[in-house]
Design a protein around this ligand. Structure first.
Ligand SMILES: C[S@@+](CC[C@H](N)C(=O)[O-])C[C@H]1O[C@@H](n2cnc3c(N)ncnc32)[C@H](O)[C@@H]1O
Length: 408
């Protein structure tokens, strides 16, 4: 149809360990810019580049060199070590990912309120993050930047001793404050220091090249202090454009409350959650939900099951052109909005409802949901504003259609 289907929007990826990287589809990222490799030479790196060319193998006939790029001035002296191909790196430079844009006004106002969180010991979980003051729903609690970003091709193709040597150097080249933060992170049981640091603390993020993102492992030293909960009060969003991880409250949080995120997609059933947390993270979950009553657990599980099945039936109905059915079910999905895990997910569904109503020629509801989606993105989509911009364009488009109708 005239309007591009929104049903394949990329989901937000919660913090995930490296093992899961292959489970995530690569999502095309907006604003892809391709530049010649030479552009990476125009950027002032703090150390001579160290490049590793993997040996050619059967399924790797045209090996690409991965290099270690360190900038010590990145984000006002936070610094970053990037282990990636020259193509990815020039892509990031071309997109302006390393540029320091002034803080948006809202962020400046937030800063004047004082720090929203503190990192403190939390019973049974090592360190954790607690609210230093009351936090509003939709507020950005934490803004963090990667200390290290590593392409998975480097992790897959380099020999273990090479890999460790380069990773060690990546840490060593960071500015002192950031390096100390990285070195003081909770250690996993891995034999070698770098592996033990990355193990329980790394996240996967997508960094785009033309045609889609590539999974990279990111170490965000502040975000890595946030513990997991099965019913979290916050979620993280990563911006490739700004190389920024933001943690946002999806409900109001009181001073002293622990700030938590889900390490697993929120609809994963409890047995799978526990198995995954145990096998891949090595802990038994002690989050409030897991310690609450059987009834409370069952209630949240039935919600998750319903979510999962609704989502796939909506998708089926849409594919087969049963827009009315897809609409009914999407409306039903939105009834979950009362549940406190939903607000950040709602705008995606509202976008999809706009599309469905348009397909069905129902302008009244298309208009209603387009406005809701815009408000939702304004509130919950703050790292990259493409979604907000798309929603704004959609509202304009719909207003125009409505205007034309009136004139006819
Ligand atoms: C990303 S780190 C979080 C910060 C960590 N607690 C620290 O001291 O730096 C992940 C580790 O925190 C602990 N952890 C996180 N969530 C937990 C939970 N719900 N129950 C028990 N331990 C948890 C586990 O040891 C896990 O490997």
């Amino acid at each position: 149809g005239e309007f591009e289907s929104r049903s394949h929007q990329c989901p937000h990826l919660p913090a995930a360990r490296l093992e899961w990287a292959s489970h995530y589809r690569a999502c095309p990222l907006p604003g892809t810019v391709t530049l010649a490799d030479e552009s990476s030479q125009g950027f002032a790196w703090a150390f001579p580049l160290k490049c590793i060319t993997p040996a050619a193998t059967e399924n790797n006939t045209a090996p690409r060199a991965d290099c270690l790029f360190t900038s010590t001035s990145f984000r006002n002296g936070h610094g970053i070590s990037l282990i990636a191909s020259a193509i990815t790196t020039s892509h990031l430079i071309g997109m302006g990912s390393f540029d320091d844009a002034p803080l948006p006004l809202a962020a400046q106002q937030r800063l004047s309120l004082g720090p929203a969180y503190k990192i403190v010991p939390v019973e049974g979980k090592g360190m954790g993050v607690i609210a230093a003051r009351s936090i509003k729903r939709g507020e950005i609690i934490m803004t963090d930047h990667p200390a290290i970003l590593i392409g998975t091709s480097f992790l897959a193709n380099s020999k273990p001793h090479h890999r460790r040597r380069v990773l060690k150097q990546a840490i060593r080249q960071l500015p002192e404050a950031t390096r100390k933060k990285v070195e003081s992170l909770q250690r996993g049981k891995e034999e070698y220091e770098v592996d033990a640091i990355l193990g329980p603390n790394a996240n996967t993020v997508l960094l785009g090249e033309e045609g889609g993102g590539q999974v990279h492992v990111g170490l965000f030293a502040e975000t890595a202090r946030i513990n997991h909960a099965c019913r979290p009060n916050a979620h993280s969003k990563f911006s490739e454009r700004r190389l920024t991880m933001e943690v946002m409250a999806h409900r109001a949080i009181e001073a002293g409350e622990e700030i938590t995120m889900s390490y697993i997609p929120i609809t994963t059933p409890i047995e799978e959650r526990h198995k995954y947390l145990k096998e891949h993270w090595g802990f038994d979950c002690t989050c409030p939900l897991c310690r609450s009553s059987k009834d409370a657990i069952e209630e949240s599980e039935s919600w998750r099951r319903r979510q999962t099945s609704l989502k796939s039936t909506i998708e089926d109905a849409r594919k087969q052109g049963f827009y009315e059915d897809a609409i009914t079910m999407s409306e039903e999905w939105l009834q979950f909005a009362e549940w406190d895990m939903i607000p950040p997910l709602a705008p995606e569904f509202q976008d999809s409802l706009v599309d469905l109503y348009l397909q069905n020629g129902d302008m009244v509801n298309a208009t209603r949901y387009a406005r809701m989606a815009y408000d939702g993105w304004a509130k919950f989509g703050s790292v990259d504003d493409e979604k907000l911009e798309d929603a704004r364009l959609m509202v304009n488009k719909i207003d125009k259609i409505n205007e034309e109708k009136r004139q006819r």
